[in-house]
Design a protein around this ligand. Structure first.
Ligand SMILES: N[C@@H](CCOP(=O)(O)O)C(=O)O
Length: 494
């Protein structure tokens, strides 16, 4: 039986997973969800003895079951080949008494690669027989943008347009995007925050006149952010695979519960952990770790989600987010599929800037989710202590999670911290956290010094950026974004 998807804001119209992936976001602005989530469970004992690829195929088949077996197998083989620098894809390593799930071994050195090496392949299968070109429109706070560009560059019938907040991503993140080659790519900075970019991208998806003009040229829009279910689903795999690795190294017996601590801004990565739980993974707690933009911590502590606060630029820029899109999916499952209620929360968030969960719902949410936040100073101290005490070099986002995890009382479960990016994407801040002076040093001088100090080599795809030409220099205001998308479509699909 096929799994059907519908909007979080209404269930009268259903689509297959291929259609959901192709469309990206539901026409009413909601996110695609399936009521069959968790009907199919993975066999844990079997997972423990499988390769990453085998588990990925099972996860995808369970959640995207209108894809044929051979389509899934070819997507998995293509996504997780020698484009990752380890055949383990996402290895687990020790950090003191806890574990790090290393998610940065892909082509752009961030966890987004795990899904964005897969999404273009899923999209190509979904496009078969459709005939329309797809322009992927993506907002990024630093990592998704480059991973989407790398994944979709030169993919037949697809283009990719990325918007990032000017001055609010690391130097290396900016250069990764600004140097992207490919005839089907467009990159543009915006004057504003990630939230401005993401909100405007959602407006662009809802813009019927633009959609009509693009349709006349045979083009449709879709998303590579975690609002697209095809971005979310591949991330479920690494929760299962981390568990399997811990069983294999003797730290767990099949059936033991594990806690995961996840640095997250848009709530996609931690939601993938919730999906894993629904698919049968024995998850104890999912700990949501935030930086000073602690809208999620406040929500999980008080039940009020309130975006009406000052945006703070931090040293963990990928999490500098005040509107966490995927929380909408969690609200759907939390309310047992009450689309009316989800719509009303989302209306309140858009119109009043906040909404409040009733106490019973908050209590239910807290059965699975815990939370905490770290300031920049606390984050730096954790980078320093991880290096000094354990000789493990971590990036600021990972350090946010480790700070939060260290503060929690140890309940006895094995604990896994998601390590979401290479420290070398944030060379200056990591170097300075280790106590070195960064005065007068640019990003690459910091990278060199960090290598010298730690003896850990920077990934080649980051160190070679210094010799690449900057190809994308546009900067626009938020209200110019629709025009930028339209002209990108005309150029790419001329
Ligand atoms: N943290 C992201 C922001 C967008 O989140 P996504 O998971 O929905 O793509 C980034 O680094 O770009």
């Amino acid at each position: 039986m096929n799994t059907f998807y519908h909007s979080t804001r209404g269930n009268s119209e259903t689509v297959t997973s291929k259609q959901a992936i192709l469309t990206g976001i539901a026409p009413d602005g909601g996110l695609f969800v399936s009521d069959q989530l968790g009907d199919a469970k993975l066999d844990l004992a079997q997972v423990a003895s499988q390769t990453y690829h085998e588990t990925a195929a099972q996860v995808l088949s369970a959640l995207l079951d209108d894809y044929q077996k051979d389509e899934i197998e070819s997507c998995v083989a293509g996504a997780y080949g020698d484009n990752f620098d380890t055949s383990a894809v996402t290895p687990v390593s020790a950090l003191g008494d806890d574990w790090l799930l290393e998610l940065y071994h892909g082509p752009t050195c961030a966890f987004k690669d795990v899904a964005l090496q897969m999404l273009p392949r899923l999209m190509s299968c979904a496009r078969k027989g459709d005939g329309r070109n797809v322009m992927i429109v993506t907002a990024t706070s630093g990592d998704t943008g480059k991973a989407a560009l790398a994944g979709f560059a030169d993919i037949e019938g697809c283009g990719v347009t990325v918007f990032y907040p000017d001055g609010k991503v690391s130097d290396i993140q900016r250069l990764q995007m600004a140097t992207q080659e490919g005839s089907n790519v467009a990159v543009c900075a915006i004057r504003g925050t990630f939230d401005d970019a993401q909100t405007e991208v959602k407006h662009i998806f809802a813009n019927q006149e633009l959609a009509q003009r693009l349709a006349e040229r045979g083009t449709m829009l879709s998303s590579a952010n975690s609002i697209n279910v095809g971005r979310l689903v591949p991330q479920v795999t690494y929760y299962f695979d981390a568990y399997a690795q811990l069983v294999r190294n003797g730290s767990l017996s099949v059936g033991d519960a594990v806690d995961f601590c996840v640095p997250t801004g848009n709530f996609g990565d931690v939601l993938a952990g919730y999906y894993a739980k629904r698919l049968g993974l024995p998850v104890g707690k999912l700990i949501v770790a935030s930086n000073t933009n602690k809208v999620l911590t406040d929500f999980l502590e008080t039940g009020t989600y309130d975006r009406r606060r000052d945006f703070v630029k931090t040293i963990s820029p990928s999490m500098d987010i005040l509107v966490s899109s995927n929380l909408e999916r969690m609200l759907y499952y939390l309310t047992d599929g009450d689309c009316e209620r989800v719509s009303s929360f989302m209306r309140d968030l858009a119109e009043r800037g906040f909404y409040t969960l009733p106490g019973a719902l908050l209590a239910k949410l807290r059965e699975t989710f815990d939370c905490g936040f770290a300031t920049d100073d606390e984050t730096r101290a954790t980078i320093r202590s991880a290096w000094k005490q354990h000789h493990v070099l971590i990036d600021p986002h990972t350090a946010v999670a480790k700070t939060v995890l260290d503060r929690k009382e140890h309940g006895g479960n094995q604990r896994v911290c998601l390590s979401t990016a290479s420290p070398y994407k944030f060379s200056a801040d990591v170097l300075s956290a280790l106590g070195a002076s960064v005065d007068g040093l640019d990003g690459f001088a910091c990278m060199d010094e960090l290598q010298r100090l730690t003896g850990i080599a920077a990934p080649t795809q980051l160190s070679t950026l210094r010799s690449k030409d900057v190809l994308h220099k546009d900067v626009v205001d938020r209200d110019q974004m629709p025009d930028f998308v339209e002209s990108s479509c005309k150029r790419v699909f001329a």
